[in-house]
Design a protein around this ligand. Structure first.
Ligand SMILES: [Zn+2]
Length: 299
């Protein structure tokens, strides 16, 4: 049941409406977020692995300290804002001035409101449209929607403070942003690479498991000069790991496509998918992803 609730949170709209209608469930213990230093001016707020609702705070947040203030990539689950702020205060006196939401889900946008209406909020235009459907951003809370959007690419700031935002197409949702800190050679993928397991393709928010590998291929071709990758939920990785993930998603797509053509059921396709080719990978989400491919291709 706990697992179902958590999946619901990740899945989006339905669960998010629910979360907005009720106060967030109080975790059993104190709300503790871990912090990892990648550079003097870039930290990651972790405690981001779904599984234990008492400790899961939402996706990995990048804390980028610029001359003009702190930029956050994502804002974790609603109710965790103070814990996020406490960690930021431990590493800088500067205020949070800018939020980049990688995509619409509540475990990445849940504390936009906590940081206030004076903070600049930026996302891909499709993500803004997806967020507008969420109860959490209706009525008065519409002021916590992104005030700035882009289509294909946008750069913010310059020199050591520069941030590049890229959009490469559908995948986890219809509006996933890849955030690059060029001076630091670091990439935040959001949930286009959440974990070493099949992706969640949120078709209610325009996601596509069929487009997923192609979108990741564009990322690999289009984003160079990076040597550290911050995934949406997993520990820090390298570009080589991201390339492996792209191959995994492509492999899964072609397997599902072939099995569908051969008249196999989703259960059969799941049973015959060989996860052991990918060391360290789990297959907890593979069946759902194969189902998503079937649903998309059968349409
Ligand atoms: Zn997500």
């Amino acid at each position: 049941m706990k697992r179902l609730v958590l999946l619901g949170v990740l899945i989006g709209v339905g669960a998010l409406s629910l979360a907005a209608a009720q106060p967030p469930a109080a975790p059993a213990g104190p709300r503790v977020i871990d912090i990892q230093k990648l550079k003097d001016n870039l930290y990651v707020l972790t405690s981001s692995t779904p599984g234990n609702p008492a400790t899961f705070s939402g996706g990995n947040v990048a804390v980028f300290i610029t001359d003009g203030g702190v930029t956050l990539v994502d804002t974790k689950l609603n109710g965790w804002g103070q814990a996020v702020l406490d960690k930021i205060k431990g590493v800088t006196d500067k205020p949070v001035t800018r939020i980049i939401n990688t995509h619409t889900h509540g475990d990445h946008t849940g504390n936009n409101g906590f940081f206030g209406a004076n903070v600049e909020i930026i996302a891909h235009e499709n993500t803004k449209a997806n967020m507008q459907k969420m109860d959490a951003f209706k009525g008065d809370n519409a002021k916590f929607l992104p005030g700035k959007t882009y289509q294909d690419k946008m750069s913010l700031g310059s020199g050591k403070d520069k941030i590049d935002l890229y959009y490469f197409g559908k995948g986890h949702t219809s509006g996933d942003t890849f955030v690059v800190f060029p001076a630091l050679r670091i990439l935040h993928t959001g949930d286009m690479w959440a974990w070493k397991d099949a992706p969640l393709c949120d078709r209610n928010n325009g996601g596509s498991c069929v487009d997923f590998p192609r979108t990741l291929q564009k990322v690999i071709a289009g984003i160079k000069n990076v040597d550290t990758v911050i995934p949406g939920h997993s520990p820090i990785q390298t570009p080589k790991d991201l390339q492996e993930y792209q191959r995994f998603t492509a492999d899964m797509l072609s397997h599902a496509t072939n099995e569908l053509k051969a008249g196999k059921s989703v259960d059969e396709a799941f049973a015959s998918f060989k996860i052991d080719k990918y060391p360290g990978y789990k297959n907890e989400r593979v069946k759902a992803a194969i189902q998503a491919v079937y649903d998309e291709l059968k349409k």
